[in-house]
Ligand binder design. Structure first.
Ligand code: AMP
Length: 551
């Protein structure tokens, strides 16, 4: 027997419709790429997004066609986002931090028809335009006065592109499983793969992401997504904010400590989200200038593990609650959240800090389990490591054009229908998960696993350390042993002995790095994470002193 409730497809156009009807005057503020702060409202974003739809239709875009953006978080990006998805076309957010060749490859693979880009990226667009096989229209997200000059490509100004188009257009009315967004994984292993979100997955994920124990935003919040829209939907915030009527503050191209601090204070931000590197920059800036945070209440941190020093600074020095989030592009992206449970509240401060360093428990809509190499479940005792597998309505089933298919249905799943995250984790008795490594980054020493992440998190707390990475280096006796690579803060010169002494006692003896090297800069990948592949390449011939002794 079927239920007798109304059929109301879960399509993302309803999110902006809801904002326009219920919060038409709520602001969306942008640090524009041109420079000044610009202010709009959800009502105006809605109207201009409709103009985007009409402009796209005029250029021949049909439902299912891909429309790319190479863009910062701005109000125009939000308009292009909803204008494209609303009509049933697919908004493909391209990560501008990839190499130009990769960007061209991705755009060709996606067969994008239109490319919206911020003027910051005009040099990239100019360089790749001759190699783009399907893009017919290049829209510079600015007005006519600011359109960059190009010898090669015809750039249309965004304001001209939408000018004169009607502020009404039909949105939605299609199956909720229709594709809405496309985002490629960063491609650190092999070719990038396209994750194709559906309207339904985005709506369900946004609702899950805004539960009280997750982001918990409401109409009185002011939300600053530093995390870019090209990182898996700005962690759902581009949907969450209009859904619940939060004021939205978007940082444009300026993600440095001073610029973010200024927005947090002048716009009275209450909730923000970004990867740890952004917060390291902000915290350094605040310390240097002896600044305080007057309105910020919660900060979501994810993308890589929250370093203990960052957690303590926010919670102990500035009174801001840290929400540790874990997820991945294939999960829309949030999978788990580090909000404490009543059992944690009963603990002392230090135990709570320890609990918060874990990646947290599954959101509703995510099933999570850890298994061994054969797929047998591992116990939830907080000690046993296993491959972390997930499933849910906002988890990828297959990649675009069946890339990386593992079965004849083109799916990228394990035989039991779970998705292998490529992470290795423990889950404790309370269901709290802790990532111990990427499967490919764990250090295999004497048949046991050492977590590179655990050591890195401790090392970044040592004096004079700006960033730290741990990789496995070949060892004749143990197979691999950990090497600690440290990027010192400007002017600091931490020694090997000081660093090892700092770590000693905080991890098992046999996890202690066999050696320490200082480097000027730890290489970061396109999503701001440590590029272990590059580090392994840099140190592939490195001889540990302990290895020489064992030979
Ligand atoms: P991406 O798809 O680029 O967002 O990368 C996803 C991967 O980032 C995950 O599979 C994890 O390895 C890593 N990651 C994301 N969030 C965290 C976190 N809070 N702690 C540790 N690793 C994380």
């Amino acid at each position: 027997m079927l239920g007798l409730m109304q059929d109301w497809p879960l399509t993302v156009d309803r999110i902006l419709d809801h904002a326009k009807i219920n919060f038409p005057r709520r602001e969306a503020v942008t640090r524009s790429v041109e420079g000044p702060i610009s202010r709009t409202t959800y009502g105006t974003v809605w109207r201009r997004a409709k103009q985007v739809t009409n402009a796209l239709i005029e250029r021949g875009i049909r439902p299912g066609d891909r429309v790319a953006t190479l863009a910062w978080n701005t109000e125009r990006h939000l308009e292009a986002w909803f204008g494209t998805m609303g009509m049933g076309a697919v908004l493909h957010t391209v990560n501008p931090r990839l190499f130009p060749e990769q960007i061209a490859w991705i755009i060709n693979h996606a067969e994008d028809q239109v490319l919206f880009f911020d003027t910051t990226f005009a040099p990239i667009v100019d360089k790749i335009a001759p190699h783009l096989k399907t893009v017919k229209t290049f829209v510079a997200m600015t007005d006519r006065d600011h359109v960059p000059k190009s010898e090669v490509t015809h750039f249309v100004a965004y304001e001209d592109f939408i000018h004169g188009h009607a502020q009404e257009a039909t949105w939605g009315g299609f199956d909720e499983n229709t594709a809405a967004g496309l985002c490629y994984t960063s491609g650190t292993t092999g070719e990038p793969k396209g994750v194709l979100y559906s309207h339904r997955s985005n709506v369900l994920h946004a609702m899950a992401a805004n539960q009280a124990d997750v982001f918990g935003c409401g109409a009185s919040d002011v939300v600053l997504p530093v995390v870019p829209m090209f990182h898996a939907n700005a962690w759902a915030i581009a949907f969450v904010a209009p859904m619940c009527g939060s004021k939205l503050v978007m940082p444009g191209a300026k993600l440095d400590g001073a610029s973010i601090y200024e927005l947090l204070e002048t716009e009275k931000v209450t909730f923000t989200a970004a990867v740890p590197t952004v917060w390291l920059m902000l915290l350094n800036h605040m310390r240097e200038h002896n600044l305080k945070l007057s309105t910020l209440k919660r900060v979501a941190i994810g993308g890589s593990a929250v370093p203990e020093a960052v957690l303590r600074a926010f919670e102990e020095d500035y009174g801001v609650e840290v929400i540790h989030a874990w997820g991945m592009t294939e999960m829309s992206p949030i999978g788990s959240i580090g909000k404490l449970l009543p059992e944690h509240h009963a603990m002392d401060h230090e135990s709570r800090i320890r609990a918060k360093l874990k990646q947290g428990r599954a959101l509703f809509t995510v099933d999570m389990k850890i298994v061994d190499d054969e797929g047998a479940p591992k116990p939830h005792d907080g000690k046993a490591f296993g491959r972390l597998l997930v499933r849910g309505p906002a988890v990828a089933r297959a990649y675009f054009k069946n890339a990386g298919a593992r079965n004849d249905k083109g799916e990228c799943l394990e035989p039991d229908g779970f998705f292998d995250t490529g992470d290795v984790a423990t889950i404790d008795e309370l269901g709290v998960m802790q990532i111990t490594d990427r499967a490919k980054d764990v250090i295999k020493s004497g048949g046991e696993w050492i977590s590179s992440i655990d050591i890195e998190n401790i090392a970044v707390g040592a004096e004079g350390v700006a960033n730290a990475a741990v990789i496995g280096v070949a060892h004749p006796k143990w197979d691999e042993r950990p090497l600690l690579i440290v990027e010192p803060k400007p002017g600091a010169e931490p020694t090997r002995e000081q660093l090892l002494a700092f770590i000693d006692g905080k991890i098992a003896k046999w996890w202690m790095p066999d050696d320490v090297v200082l480097v000027e800069k730890i290489p970061l990948g396109a999503t701001g994470k440590i590029n272990k592949l590059a580090l392994r390449e840099m140190f592939k011939d490195y001889k540990l002193p302990s290895a020489q002794a064992a030979e």
